[in-house]
Design a protein around this ligand. Structure first.
Ligand code: 9RB
Ligand code: ZN
Length: 374
């Protein structure tokens, strides 16, 4: 396999500052760096480099998404506001839940993140690489048409899908979001659009507040083309595997995408400070492998993973390396130093988790593209 890697030093310069959390925390605790900071992502790149994996990857140069590309999803007034705050030096973009600061130059970096996903999709479509990973920041899956949210400024994955539709003439794209938080922004981008099947597996009731229920399935022509799998806190490899076997993979086979995009958040990992899930590197590897196998059958293996959240400085690099190794075709150069977590009690599918998955299975059985479901 040839696997592309999108990376740019400038991604590390997106400045989120050191004010995170509710005011009551900030009053008494020495300011902490924002969780969505460069360090985790730089440590991923470092591990890819020192392990020799990066040398096996094809570098894909990102470019800044143009304003015309951004407004395929975003409100032009919102794009101008992001630009104005960035040009003014810094500021808080989020109108709800705080937490989405931007620093000087952040507008161009956010456009480079969106453009990184687009560049990767183009490289895959042109056959320059078979698949790839875009190690971008800021992340994107909470960003809405006219609202920054949850560290996300522009909807990187949504914009990549819109590019494949608008500029490359594709008409069926699947997005699988394994970030521990609900991919609400991506969901909103295709809420009424049957060309894009959006699937989010996330921790029930984590972030954004109140978002990501099973009942959110899309509207109008898009009805049935959005699947949410809100798993209970504490879900691990067994729950994620069952969600894939019973929902994600059957949905992909029924929908028959021409391209699979992954919103690759690594905060479902067992050591994450911003979520309460228990996925290990072997769990992320298994999910990556099963998506690659499905994409191999359905769309010539066209898979582009675009980075989202993931905040454990010690674990996230190993989760990402595992995914990248699967993209490269398997094998194990970078073993999980925390593989002992695989044997944590309750890693196997639990009844409360199976119950949620069964509910989503029945939503899937009524999906408009269900005819191919045997
Ligand atoms: C704050 C709140 C957050 C915001 C974002 C995340 C995770 C994002 C991610 C977690 C907690 C609320 C600062 C609510 O990784 N997505 O993939 N907390 N946000 N209230 N306040 C004051
Ligand atoms: Zn997340």
């Amino acid at each position: 396999m040839t696997t592309g890697l999108v990376w740019h030093e400038r991604y590390m310069w997106h400045d989120t500052g050191n004010m995170f959390g509710p005011p009551a925390l900030q009053q008494f605790i020495q300011p902490l760096p924002h969780p969505e900071r460069a360090e985790t992502k730089r440590r991923i790149k470092n591990l890819l480099d020192v392990s020799g994996l990066a040398a096996r990857l094809t570098p894909i140069e990102p470019r800044a998404a143009t304003e015309a590309e951004l407004i395929r999803f975003h409100d032009p007034a919102y794009v101008q506001r992001v630009r104005a705050v960035s040009e003014a030096g810094a500021g808080q973009l989020a109108v709800r839940f705080g937490a989405t600061p931007i620093g000087a130059g952040g507008y161009d970096i956010a456009r480079l993140a969106a453009g990184g996903g687009i560049a990767l999709c183009e490289a895959v479509l042109e056959g320059k690489v078979d698949n790839g990973y875009a190690l971008v920041r800021p992340p994107g899956h909470h960003a809405c048409a006219s609202e920054a949210m949850g560290f996300c400024i522009f909807g990187n994955v949504a914009l990549a899908a819109l590019h494949l539709l608008a500029a490359r003439g594709l008409d069926r794209i699947a997005i699988v979001d394994w970030d521990a938080h609900h991919g609400n922004g991506t969901q909103s981008a295709f809420w009424r659009d049957p060309r894009v099947l959006t699937i989010s597996i996330h921790q029930d009731g984590c972030f954004p507040p109140g978002s990501g229920t099973i009942a959110e399935t899309g509207e109008g022509p898009g009805r049935g083309f959005n699947l949410n799998i809100p798993l209970p806190p504490g879900s691990g490899n067994g729950a994620y595997r069952a969600a894939f076997e019973r929902v994600v993979l059957p949905a992909l086979h029924a929908f028959r995408p021409q391209f699979v995009l992954v919103a690759s958040g690594l905060d479902a990992g067992a050591q994450d400070p911003l979520a309460r899930m228990m996925v290990t590197a072997s769990g992320y590897r298994w999910m990556a492998r099963s998506l690659l196998d499905a994409a191999g059958e359905l769309c010539a293996g066209r898979v582009a993973a675009i980075h989202e959240g993931g905040y454990s400085e010690s674990y996230v690099p190993f989760l990402c390396a595992g995914i990248v190794e699967e993209l490269l075709g398997g094998g194990m150069v970078v073993a999980d130093p925390f593989a002992g977590l695989d044997a944590t009690p309750y890693q196997a599918l639990q009844p409360a988790q199976a119950d949620v998955i069964a509910q989503v299975e029945s939503v899937l059985l009524n999906a408009p593209f269900r005819t191919a479901l045997a």
